[in-house]
Design a protein around this ligand. Structure first.
Ligand SMILES: NC(=O)c1ccc[n+]([C@@H]2O[C@H](COP(=O)([O-])OP(=O)(O)OC[C@H]3O[C@@H](n4cnc5c(N)ncnc54)[C@H](OP(=O)(O)O)[C@@H]3O)[C@@H](O)[C@H]2O)c1
Length: 277
């Protein structure tokens, strides 16, 4: 999902070599070394991940292989070659017990396997190189890939009835906006950890209501439920809003509010027009 939008964003000013599972298995150190040796990049954007949060609880080994060990492979392959690594992590490295937006220096304390694997990946990156931009984002949706927006629309169409959790708060983020902001950070020649989401926050229930409204599906019956009632395999942080002062200070820019980002996204999704101006 994010990888596609990064490729679309960067191709205007860079030569982009996009790689997926068919081209490289990043859990294989030799494949990472070979890819870096042969393509000689200046920047590596790692948007690969084991992103099935509930699935991670059972597939711990696979999850750590992709989200942690593979980051080590990439960092080792890039080390000593003057290559900047841009790596993506998550709000789920935090435990969600806070009551103000998390800043980059806040203590991480993941409460599920996915979050623990992403934190392990962060730590590998930080240990191996200084030449990185580590972007923690959250609640992603985009045109290519499984995401909450599509799940809500599919379920609304199929059943006309939805239950959505109303006690988790975060910031829905459009992958196209995240890709543009990522390029901005690189342009500013920054390094280090940055929090980056669309602005503002809501619960999943509020986000689902917004999705239905934009899709003119207000007639669909939607009920708020508690996280415990949803019976998901993985625990989720109750509050995982990320503060973006560091991004704003580094770039002089902010992100658009999540509501506007979603409206833009949904209009483009349904208009079938090219949208990368
Ligand atoms: N989705 C979110 O809400 C969210 C929130 C915060 C942070 N993030 C982070 O943002 C990044 C992008 O997320 P996303 O939702 O765009 O992910 P995604 O749509 O699930 O895409 C992940 C990609 O990684 C590839 N991949 C998995 N294992 C691989 C391996 N061993 N070698 C090479 N490629 C591999 C997958 O290939 P296949 O499709 O072939 O499996 C897939 O194309 C991830 O690091 C994620 O942790 C996501």
């Amino acid at each position: 999902m994010l990888g596609n939008d990064l490729a679309a964003q960067f191709r205007y000013r860079h030569d982009v070599i996009g790689m997926d599972m068919g081209d490289i298995d990043i859990t294989r150190e030799d494949e990472c070394q070979k890819a870096i040796r042969e393509t000689k990049p200046q920047i590596v954007l790692n948007a690969a991940g084991y992103t099935n949060v509930d699935g991670c609880e059972k597939a711990k080994e696979e999850c750590f292989a992709v989200n942690a060990e593979a980051v080590k492979n990439i960092a080792h392959a890039c080390r000593g070659r003057n290559i900047t690594i841009v790596h993506f992590s998550t709000d789920y490295v935090f435990d969600g017990t806070g009551n103000r937006p998390y800043v980059e220096e806040d203590i991480c304390n993941p409460i599920n396997v996915y979050g623990a694997s992403k934190l392990a990946g962060e730590n590998h990156l930080r240990t191996i190189t200084d030449n990185y931009i580590l972007i923690r984002s959250a609640w992603l949706y985009g045109a290519k890939g499984k995401n909450f927006v599509q799940a809500i629309l599919d379920q609304a169409k199929a059943t006309g009835k939805l239950t959505v959790v109303d006690d988790q708060t975060g910031s829905p983020t459009c992958t196209r906006d995240l890709a543009a902001a990522t390029e901005l950070l690189l342009d500013k020649n920054t390094r280090g950890v940055f929090h980056l989401t669309n602005r503002g926050h809501c619960t999943w229930y509020e986000f689902a209501k917004k999705i239905l409204k934009e899709a003119h599906m207000d007639h669909v019956e939607i009920s708020p439920i508690k996280t415990a009632e949803a019976q998901r395999a993985a625990l989720r942080p109750a509050y995982s809003v990320l503060g973006m002062q560091k991004f704003i200070a580094a770039t002089g820019k902010t992100m658009q509010p999540w509501q506007l980002a979603f409206q833009d996204y949904y209009q483009h999704l349904t208009s079938r027009t090219c949208c990368s101006a």
